[in-house]
Design a protein around this ligand. Structure first.
Ligand SMILES: *Cc1c(COP(=O)(O)O)cnc(C)c1O
Length: 393
């Protein structure tokens, strides 16, 4: 068979995965078994993931967005309900709130160096309509979950953790995703644990997780696998559900990716340290979490370009050198739909506004070499110097 690839050829790509023969063999075994919908691999993946998080159970789903949707659905969020979300996040959490008829309310981030949701701003935004708070662990670094959990407890609202960047990361004495009421994970292709597309949900209350598990598959009283293996002939439907089931193929990949996570993380830590050392020499550049030394997935290497430097010029110059970059994220309240529907302009987000125009994500993945880091930082420094020269009249 001819080798084909559709991946663009970057000299240093933004993200990459650690898929190799192990996953290929696991997938082949699933295909040979000819059972492709949720079955033993999915159950084992859920068990392995729950064990890694130190919680009793987990529910595997088809994406991180599905995980967030099930969280919002199971918490009963609907019309008239407000959910406080960080604007500086992927659009999915605000979207799933809006999809259920709820109102996303955008909160600011803490600072340039800690771009996670600011508990003080969350407190200002709480009303008697608030039903939940979403904490997103930016780049795999923990949001202040202890403060947010306390706030959620004080006001009797739920805490949802968007832990898409942070599978198996310990902070405040527990695994991220297990500190709030519901934890949502993504296994999208660029995430540090990937199954191509996929996700996982955990919940503190087993009854809530039961609701999530049921809604993942139409609220059917038994699965196809159960019916085949227990002889149960029929099923009942207890509510409105969806089809957010993962495939056995994805689950088999996930189990191996989970085993590889510790190794992946060690490499990311080395690369991040190398980046930080070199980036410290770039004048005006800010590297968020530079002094954080706790556990992290080190999913992103985000920086803030110096003030006055045109980020797009820097991005184009790096692209010309074969270096792929991204922006995590354009604030959600800037997008047309959210600006028109949910941003009254009454609650400004000054830190988000200041940071958003300067954010730039540099390549970071376990297959990078030390030389790649040098190449990226050299390219970045040179493009910053050129951009500053251009901006001088
Ligand atoms: C990737 C991501 C999601 C969505 O996950 P999908 O698996 O792509 O649906 C949600 N939130 C954050 C912060 C993400 O990075």
């Amino acid at each position: 068979m001819p080798q084909t690839t559709t991946a663009p050829q970057w000299r240093v790509s933004l993200a990459d995965n650690t898929i190799d023969d192990e996953e290929i063999q696991a997938v082949t075994a699933v295909l040979r078994s000819r059972w492709l919908s949720p079955g033993p691999q999915t159950r084992a993946f859920e068990r392995d993931f729950a064990e890694a998080l130190g919680c009793p159970a987990a529910v595997a789903v088809s994406s991180g967005t599905a995980a967030l949707h099930l969280a919002v659905l199971a918490l009963g969020i609907g019309p008239g309900d407000e959910v406080i979300v960080p604007s500086l996040s992927f659009v999915a959490s605000a979207a799933m709130v809006a999809l259920q008829g709820g109102t996303p309310v955008f909160a600011d981030i803490r600072s340039e160096t800690d771009p996670t949701i600011d508990p003080a701003d969350v407190r200002r935004l709480i009303t008697d309509r608030t039903k939940a708070i979403v904490a997103m662990h930016y780049g795999g670094y923990p949001a202040d979950v202890a403060a947010l959990a306390e706030l959620a407890g004080e006001y009797g609202v739920a805490l949802i953790e968007d832990a898409a960047h942070a599978p198996v990361v310990k902070a405040a004495g527990a695994m991220l995703g297990t500190l709030g009421d519901v934890g949502c994970f993504s296994f999208f292709a660029t995430k540090n644990l990937t199954t191509g597309e996929g996700g996982m949900v955990v919940a503190r209350d087993p009854a809530l997780l039961d609701v999530i598990r049921a809604a993942r598959s139409h609220c059917l009283s038994s699965s196809t696998w159960d019916r085949l293996h227990s002889g149960a002939a029929d099923y009942d439907v207890a509510g409105i559900g969806l089809n957010y089931r993962p495939t056995e193929i994805a689950s088999a990949i996930g189990r191996i990716q989970l085993e590889k996570l510790a190794h992946d993380r060690r490499r990311r830590a080395v690369l991040t340290a190398a980046y930080r050392e070199r980036l410290a020499a770039v004048p005006g550049l800010v590297a968020p979490f530079a002094h954080y030394d706790g556990d992290s997935a080190r999913h992103l290497m985000a920086v803030l370009v110096p003030e006055g430097v045109a980020r797009n010029d820097v991005r184009s110059e790096l692209r010309e050198r074969g270096i792929q970059t991204s922006v995590h994220y354009r604030p959600t309240h800037h997008f047309t739909f959210y600006r028109e529907r949910f941003d009254s302009g009454e609650h400004p987000l000054p830190v988000t506004e200041a940071v958003a125009a300067r954010l730039l994500s540099l390549p970071l993945h376990a297959l990078m070499s030390d030389d790649d880091v040098a190449l990226v930082v050299d390219g970045l420094s040179e493009s910053i110097v050129r951009s500053s020269e251009r901006s001088i009249p």
